[in-house]
Design a protein around this ligand. Structure first.
Ligand code: NAD
Ligand code: ZN
Length: 362
């Protein structure tokens, strides 16, 4: 058993509490990882707010990390102690019908199919003050040591800087892949991205890499525009600067709407606006943001009847175990610069300050 620090969420709406926790050794088919760095994704904040009814408290959140394998359980062959790895918040078991389908990046072992509050054998590897603490998406990267199934971890290049490539565990591949895998943005096309936080900026990078000629960033926080422009946005607009709905503004700016629109906020109203902003006949709208569970969207059916395509994406469509190591290699080859997404670096003791910065749009 390893004793280490972890940021524990004891109850909905409470700040995280950095505690000493005990982390049990990995059982058969499991891997124990020393987490070196983790990002904070808006999805972690959704957890603290209680937006995920299937997350059981107390829980250790965090799902965008990178680390080093400390030990492995019986039967684990794909990683060994000392290997650099990225934990996968969307696993790839390799055997289910989704994993066997080359078109799919989903896996039946994912949290959408079964809650990941406990490891597959329905027990937890974490305790704190004598209480069992739950896992989050199996990876719980807000702990200095964490345990996950072998199929929820990917071995990466030994040269990878873990404090940088942790973002390849969620935010960056989600946004980048939404553009290149899910939407399949074509060269010369026009794109609009609603919300340019970490995920939306990664969509901007994906649209740029795919050769889009016009990339319009839409955000109510104008402080986000400098980075969006640096990464390839050609226009940046705030819905608050217009009297008319933003979909009408975008339609006028582009003639018949954009070819591809992306929603990376997670609000029902911006999801509908993003759909209405793309070309009525050939436009593709990708839902990336996660709306609060139980949300319902009502739309005018003509929006789809006229030919638009509306899609969602989980982690940007990547088969995670296969693709994350390749993305890390591309990062090392400087094919993209996800470092631009890093705004602050804090020690684990200041994790709540990190969430304050996220909520303040910083
Ligand atoms: P973030 O908070 O960093 O970014 C959200 C951005 O939206 C901010 O810049 C904010 O100013 C802007 N915004 C808020 N309300 C707006 C409005 N009404 N109009 C325009 N802009 C508005 O969040 P993030 O970490 O980039 O995550 C974005 C979303 O993506 C979240 O909902 C998150 O849960 C989701 N997400 C989805 C997946 C997936 O697999 N689909 C993976 C990771 C994250
Ligand atoms: Zn699977």
């Amino acid at each position: 058993v390893i004793r280490c620090r972890a940021a524990v969420a004891w109850a909905v709406g409470k700040p995280l509490s950095v505690e000493e926790v005990e982390v049990s050794p990995p059982k058969a088919g499991e891997v124990r990882v020393k987490i070196v760095a983790t990002g904070i994704c808006r999805t972690d904040d959704h957890v603290l707010e209680g937006c995920f009814p299937n997350v059981v408290f107390p829980v250790i959140p965090g799902h965008e990390g990178a680390g080093i394998v400390e030990s492995v359980g019986e039967g684990v062959t794909s990683v060994k102690p000392g290997d650099k790895v990225i934990p996968l918040c969307l696993p790839q078991c390799g055997g289910c019908s989704f994993c066997l389908n080359p078109e799919s990046n989903y896996c039946v072992k994912s949290h959408v199919s079964e809650p990941q509050n406990l490891l597959p054998d329905k027990t937890s590897r974490f305790t704190c003050k004598g209480k069992q603490i739950h896992h989050f998406l199996w990876v719980s990267t807000f702990a200095e040591y964490t345990v996950m199934p072998e199929y929820a971890v990917a071995k990466i290049d030994a040269a990878a800087p873990l404090d940088k490539v942790c973002l390849l565990g969620c935010g960056f591949p989600t946004g980048y892949g939404a553009a290149i895998n899910t939407a399949k943005v074509k060269p010369g096309s026009t794109c609009a991205i609603f919300g340019v936080g970490g995920v939306g900026l990664s969509v901007v990078m994906g649209c740029k890499a795919a050769g889009a000629s016009r990339i319009i960033a839409v955000d109510i926080n104008k402080d986000k525009f400098a980075k969006a422009k640096e990464l390839g946005a050609t226009d940046c607009i705030s819905p608050q600067d217009f009297k008319k709905p933003i979909q009408e503004v975008l339609t006028e700016m582009t003639g018949h709407g954009v070819d591809y629109s992306f929603e990376a906020i997670g609000h029902v109203d911006t999801l509908t606006a993003a759909l209405a902003s793309c070309n009525m006949n050939t436009g593709v709208c990708v839902m990336v943001g996660v709306p609060a569970s139980g949300s319902v969207i009502s739309i005018d059916p003509m929006l789809l009847l006229s030919g638009r395509t509306w899609k969602g994406t989980l982690l940007g469509g990547w088969k995670m175990r296969d693709c994350i190591p390749t993305l890390v290699s591309s990062y090392l080859e400087k094919k993209f610069n996800s470092d631009v997404l890093i705004s602050h670096t804090l020690p684990i003791a200041k994790v709540n300050e990190g969430f304050e910065l996220l909520r303040a749009g910083k």
